[in-house]
Design a protein around this ligand. Structure first.
Ligand SMILES: [Zn+2]
Length: 241
């Protein structure tokens, strides 16, 4: 992708423009540039990073992106294709199904992820896991470990990724330094999906199933009369003896 601001102050992103998941409407959408610094100012000041305001084509809310300046040419300023999203979509999870302490910790974890603080996110995921181990006991911890193995098979996680996730969630501060591996955007994304699935399997699925069953029993009409059994137990006993 070639991104630039030309000498007429026009913003270009070739060939397909800029698309991402909008932090406001959560839609994967195209963005239209609304405000970029002028070519003259950029050429004069030559900053290392350049901020551009876009409009989401789906919901019209503003989206701010930061680009590294790649080259200052006589007719245009070239920007790096790897931009930083200043506001990321807020990740959601039905936290009410989790034990109270774990819900508080995981909510902060999701906030860290949305702010692109991936190592803070991993640290809060470990605290969430530790809270759950305390809440569920040793059997619960083994159950969570089994769920991680299932996710590994289903999602075909490679050994290195599984090792990172396992070390974040099941490691502790007495492990050799560093106590916790460093995470980048990609491994944090995998960790987020593992946490989601593990917490869903352990807490949300069972509760929702129980609620659905209770609802079904409640809405099923009671029969007008109980049909008489063809034989009473006494009949069967009399016939067999
Ligand atoms: Zn939007």
């Amino acid at each position: 992708m070639t991104i630039s601001i030309d000498h007429l102050d026009e913003f270009h992103a070739e060939p397909h423009g800029i698309s991402l998941v909008c932090p406001h409407c959560q839609t994967l959408t195209h963005l239209t540039a609304q405000a970029a610094p002028s070519f003259a100012t950029l050429s004069h000041l030559r900053p290392k990073n350049i901020g551009v305001v876009f409009r989401c084509d789906a919901c019209a809310e503003p989206v701010f992106l930061k680009f590294a300046a790649k080259a200052y040419a006589p007719q245009r300023v070239e920007l790096s294709g790897n931009f930083t999203e200043i506001e990321r979509p807020q990740e959601t999870f039905p936290l009410t199904y989790l034990p109270e302490e774990a819900a508080t910790l995981f909510k902060e974890a999701l906030g860290c992820y949305a702010a692109s603080c991936f190592n803070a996110f991993a640290a809060m995921c470990r605290r969430t896991a530790q809270s759950l181990f305390r809440e569920l006991g040793e059997a619960g911890k083994l159950g969570l470990f089994d769920t991680l193995q299932e996710i590994r098979t289903l999602a075909a996680l490679d050994d290195a990724t599984l090792g990172t996730v396992r070390s974040v969630l099941f490691g502790n501060d007495s492990d050799p330094w560093p106590h916790q591996p460093m995470l980048d955007a990609e491994s944090a994304g995998v960790l987020l999906e593992v946490m989601r699935d593990m917490l869903y399997q352990t807490f949300v699925r069972k509760e929702r199933l129980l609620q659905a069953m209770t609802f079904r029993r409640f809405v099923t009409p009671a029969p007008a009369f109980a049909p008489a059994p063809a034989f009473t137990p006494a009949d069967i006993f009399a016939r067999e003896s």
